[in-house]
Design a protein around this ligand. Structure first.
Ligand code: PLP
Length: 362
């Protein structure tokens, strides 16, 4: 059976490097001579533990994570972090600040409201989340339990360019849709979390990078499995971890290493996004970008066609041409191209070319 090649612009789960998938296929039935799949190994076996620790070490090295942080592999998606964060860190009598930059940011805020007393430090809601608030305009107070931000807004296509220095107030970021797409200064953050399924691997693993003092000062009255300390003490092996996902994550990190690390990826991600933004900007209003130019995401490029009928035709033609995942988020509409780490430059070039060609034809 011949397989039609596709250009995968899915927002999540998303494209994986084809070399990683091929390696996983080769190793699927006989992992490193065990005669078993990596999925069939005991999570207490030394063979699996090597896979597990290798993924942690690679992540620490590639992302330049300082010594006073730990990497945890959890389950429940980024969504469970929306609850675990206030459970662990929002103490009685304290407040927490949330920056509302879109649907996911709001979901995090909503969970915190169930558990304590959070408030909005800034919002981009007016104007339909087209921008990232200025880092100097964030309203939060010394003594707050933490300030929570969403570094990349998957649905609206906006991304923080730089991050505030929040001093003694711990800065916590949901980096689900741009983690490891570029180097960042980890020391600005008390905690970073991300579902792996966009930039790092398949769904099922949530990466948490946490400063150790946060673990120590967390609320003790939390169910055992929902405490960060439980997973820290057990090297993320408290209960059965998603072993296949962690194996895949380690392999994706190996692929990032081979490519030359995050500097190289960052350059490539800029180049990829530019191809598509240029097609929008040079279209004389035929394509209309959603985000304000200075807040544009390099991971999720959101736009619509000025003519709604033509938009339907464009999406249909793109689909016929093998472009997958170009439809905007179900409640937002329009078009969205997610250009995560594993999406090749060629796919972005092909998309910009069909955009230009479609405009010429119509
Ligand atoms: N945060 C952001 C920024 C996201 O884009 C998503 C999913 O797309 C989530 C959180 C939810 O992640 P999960 O499905 O892993 O719970």
């Amino acid at each position: 059976q011949t397989i039609q090649p596709v250009y995968n612009f899915n927002a999540g789960p998303s494209a994986l490097p084809s070399s990683v998938l091929e390696k996983a296929q080769q190793e699927l039935l006989n992992f490193r001579g065990t005669g078993m799949s990596v999925m069939e190994l005991s999570h207490r076996s030394s063979t699996y533990e090597e896979v597990h620790n290798n993924a942690i070490t690679r992540l620490k090295t590639l992302f330049s994570i300082p010594e006073n942080y730990e990497v945890l592999f959890l389950q429940g998606g980024a969504s469970l972090q929306f609850s675990m964060i206030p459970m662990n860190f929002l103490q009685k009598g304290q407040k927490a600040a949330y920056v509302n930059t879109g649907v996911w940011a709001e979901k995090a805020f909503t969970e915190a409201k169930l558990l304590g007393d959070p408030y909005e430090a800034a919002s981009s809601k007016e104007g339909n989340h087209r921008f990232i608030p200025n880092i100097n305009d964030l309203q939060y107070n010394q003594g707050d339990a933490y300030i929570h931000i969403t570094s990349n807004n998957t649905i609206y296509g906006t991304q923080w360019r730089d991050f505030p220095d929040t001093g003694d107030v711990p800065l916590i970021a949901d980096m689900s849709s741009d983690i490891m797409s570029k180097p960042i200064d980890i020391s600005k953050f008390a905690m970073i979390y991300a579902g792996a399924q966009k930039n790092l691997g398949p769904s099922g693993v949530t990466v948490v990078i946490i400063r150790k003092d946060m673990i120590e000062k967390a609320n003790p009255n939390v169910p055992t499995i929902l405490k960060y300390s439980t997973h820290y003490k057990n090297n993320s092996l408290f209960n059965t971890p998603p072993t296949f996902g962690i194996y895949m994550l380690g392999e994706v990190l190996g692929w990032i290493e081979e490519k030359g690390g995050l500097q190289t990826l960052a350059k490539q991600n800029e180049e990829k996004a530019k191809l598509i933004y240029d097609a929008i900007d040079e279209s004389n209003g035929f394509y209309v970008g959603h985000a304000e130019p200075e807040s544009r995401s390099l991971m999720n490029i959101t736009f619509k066609l000025a003519d709604q009928e033509l938009e339907k035709k464009f999406l249909e033609e793109a689909k016929q041409g093998g472009f997958v995942g170009i439809n905007g988020y179900r409640t937002v509409g329009g078009c969205r191209a997610s250009t995560y780490n594993a999406v090749p430059v060629e796919a972005c070039k092909a998309l910009s070319e069909i955009m230009i060609q479609f405009q010429k034809n119509n």
